[in-house]
Ligand binder design. Structure first.
Ligand code: IVH
Length: 684
């Protein structure tokens, strides 16, 4: 076989080419070929690697694009201690720490100051210069293997300049600009760049990690003893020269000015007297950075002395973090409770040791779902940072210290705490799918009777619970089957209360269809969606259910404000037999399932009959704009969302733009707000 055509050589040659193109793109920002051509070559290499896996190189450029294979992020033990840092909150405390440490070190020491990157702590393990493994911090001894995901980060070298073996610690982060633009597109936005980065690193498919422009700064290296440099400054320079991305915002401070050594020109070199102002400057420039920092880290520069100083249970004695003040509190997770919502959705809630943050005492904090807990790597007994910004609900920001009992990452149990049935993970959330689950029934009934929905007075949470305990209330329709008079005499049920209950339940039968439909608590079919359906002329349950049964997706997608996902969800939910049975029973009980038509004699004169109106811009007398549309419809006109050849009138408010232009070009009648009001008044 011609050596050029043997697969190994082809793989090597293609890899070399792609590596060069990647370098041109990411390091010098000068792409040498088009994205299309790059993708083509990359696919070709991937194909060859799949066919001849024996020639797949550990630093293949294809790792940068990730893969669709699933990884369950297996656990991996650390071979170095992955500890966290002791903290100080004032410059004085830092200077004191330097003083104390110098005494403990029993010689003249120097100290480095670097930024404390607010990202995700990762340990990279290299053997003979090749990246073998990337592991999250976990509990400091065991983390998760996220190698395939980390390999997609371009600033993580897959092969070092020299074939050395070492472990490095670094922080993976998402640049603030990327965070802001990505988060805008997220269905559930992340609270901060760190959380988005942490979620991204834990993706099951590395292809999804590759889509997010993560970065890394490395800040500690652990070579074999004979390779280990003497100082942290030298170590940092060595890491840089090996191909790692180190932070150039770095200061070295000695008792007396050190003029012998050459450091990176960007670094700040000073004496102890300069430390205070260096820290102040670093704090001040915080907002100008394209990454978030939550403090600074002061470290002993001499690595031999670090060994002598050693560790306490949690922290090295040779480093301290200068932490920025934040609206956060530190507390211990004492337990995790599970809430079962009315839709069956499981929400884990952390029970924390009460902590005061910004004027309120926090003792329960939502953890959203299993993914959020995994992202935090949270276990019972962990010390956590909890934030509470203004009106925002409190959130667990990160784990500060792992529990000492060795508790692993907390997992949602397999079965429902309320009914015992098996739980199911659907998308990001976990569900109890038993519609008779007591917690679900309680939630559903409570939602139905609440003031914002059917507003059934006296049927509050306690009464609901009592009726459920009595076996009288198993689902929403039972509300209309219970003989409330028979309850007189039961604990808490006087004659008056029973009478009011009965009255409230009877009155609810007159609530309009729109309220009934929204009260069913069907996901994606809240008040707003119901209003849109009615506006579109779907005025009764039969029309809606017939659309559902015929799966007329397009009919619903045509309604402005309804996306494909919403429509699919509504159709799915309304197809469920339990939902249909509930509707049937409520209908039999006499609830309204049809929008009352305005009676003919109350209708205004049909002055717009046969006309087709489009409404654009903003109005003084018609806000929201739908009020103007209503006025047209009430008078027999049809309302459309775009100006076309068949549009007869354009009602143009302030700021009308392209639709106005189009109407003029089509010779459509343009009506101003004042003219419109005159038209409306002319019919009365
Ligand atoms: S040194 C053994 N340097 O802060 C101490 N840590 O609370 C090694 N961090 O878990 C840590 N930037 O994830 C160090 N320049 C930096 C850092 C840094 C961020 C994180 C790291 C660590 C946490 C400590």
């Amino acid at each position: 076989m011609n050596s050029k055509n043997n697969p190994k050589n082809q793989i090597m040659a293609l890899s070399a080419k792609l590596r060069e193109y990647q370098d041109a793109y990411y390091r010098t920002a000068r792409p040498e070929i088009s994205d299309l051509e790059y993708d083509r070559l990359c696919n070709e290499l991937q194909r060859l690697e799949n066919e001849y896996p024996e020639f797949l190189q550990p630093d293949s450029p294809t790792f940068r694009v990730g893969s669709d294979l699933s990884s369950d992020l297996p656990e991996a033990a650390h071979s170095i201690p992955v500890l966290s840092l002791d903290k100080a909150y004032t410059i004085d405390a830092i200077l004191e720490w330097i003083q104390k440490t110098t005494v403990k070190g029993r010689r003249d020491l120097s100290f480095t100051v670097e930024e404390k990157i607010d990202g995700v702590s990762i340990v990279l393990y290299y053997e003979q210069g090749i990246l073998q493994k990337a592991v999250t911090r976990g509990n400091g001894y065991v983390g998760n293997d996220v190698t395939a995901n980390i390999k997609t980060i371009h600033s993580v070298p897959l092969r070092l300049i020299e074939p050395v073996s070492l472990a490095v610690r670094g922080e993976v982060y998402l640049p603030v600009k990327s965070f802001l633009s990505l988060n805008k597109k997220m269905e559930v936005p992340y609270a901060n760049p760190r959380n988005l980065a942490a979620g991204t690193i834990r993706r099951i498919k590395s292809r999804e990690t590759a889509d997010i422009p993560l970065e890394i700064f490395v800040y500690e290296g652990f070579f074999t003893d004979d390779e280990q440099p003497e100082t942290h400054a030298e170590l940092t320079m060595r890491l840089h020269k090996l191909g790692f991305r180190t932070n150039s915002r770095f200061g070295i401070f000695t008792r007396e000015r050190d003029t012998d050594r050459s450091f990176f020109p960007e670094w700040t070199i000073g004496t102890f007297a300069d430390i205070g102002s260096y820290i102040e400057d670093a704090v001040e420039s915080r907002d100008t950075l394209d990454y978030e920092i939550d403090g600074l880290v002061v470290k002993v520069n001499e690595l031999e002395v670090r060994k002598e100083l050693g560790f306490t249970g949690h922290h090295p004695r040779w480093a301290v973090a200068y932490k920025f003040e934040s609206p956060e509190g530190e507390t211990i997770v004492e337990g995790i409770d599970i809430q079962v919502g009315r839709t069956g959705r499981i929400t884990p809630v952390a029970r924390v040791k009460p902590v005061r943050i910004g004027g309120s005492v926090i003792s329960n904090v939502t953890l959203h779902n299993q993914d959020y807990i995994d992202m935090l790597e949270l276990s019972l007994g962990d010390l956590v940072a909890v934030s509470k910004r203004g009106d925002v609900i409190p959130a667990v920001e990160r784990v500060l210290e792992k529990n000492e009992q060795g508790n692993g990452v907390w997992k949602i149990p397999d079965s429902c705490p309320s009914c015992g049935s098996e739980l199911q993970k659907i998308g990001a959330h976990t569900f109890c799918t038993n519609s008779e689950c007591p917690d679900q029934v309680f939630g559903r009934v409570q939602f139905f009777t609440a003031k914002a929905q059917m507003d059934i007075e006296n049927l509050g949470p306690e009464t609901i619970q009592f009726l459920m305990n009595e076996g009288l209330l198993k689902d929403v329709p039972d509300i209309y089957q219970i003989d409330y008079r028979e309850l007189v005499g039961k604990p808490g049920f006087g004659e008056k209360k029973c009478e009011l209950l009965l009255k409230g339940v009877e009155e609810s039968k007159h609530k309009p269809y729109s309220s009934v439909l929204a009260s069913l608590g069907i996901p994606d079919l809240g008040k707003k969606a119901v209003e849109l359906l009615l506006d579109d002329g779907i005025l009764d349950i039969d029309s809606l259910l017939s659309i559902v049964d015929k799966a007329e997706t397009d009919r619903l997608c045509g309604i402005k404000g309804f996306g494909e996902k919403t429509v699919a969800s509504i159709i799915h939910e309304l197809s469920k037999p339990v939902a249909r049975e509930r509707i049937r029973q409520l209908r039999d009980a006499g609830l309204q399932f049809k929008q009352e038509k305005t009676s003919a004699e109350n209708l205004p004169e049909q002055i717009f009959s046969g006309q087709v109106w489009c409404v654009t811009g903003s109005f003084v007398n018609f806000t929201p704009r739908s009020k103007a549309m209503e006025a047209v419809k009430l008078r027999g006109g049809r309302v459309v969302t775009a100006v076309t050849g068949s549009t007869t009138h354009l009602l143009a408010g302030a700021g009308a733009g392209s639709k106005l232009k189009k109407a003029v070009s089509l010779n459509t009648a343009v009506v101003t707000e004042d003219e419109f009001i005159k038209m409306l008044n002319s019919d009365s």
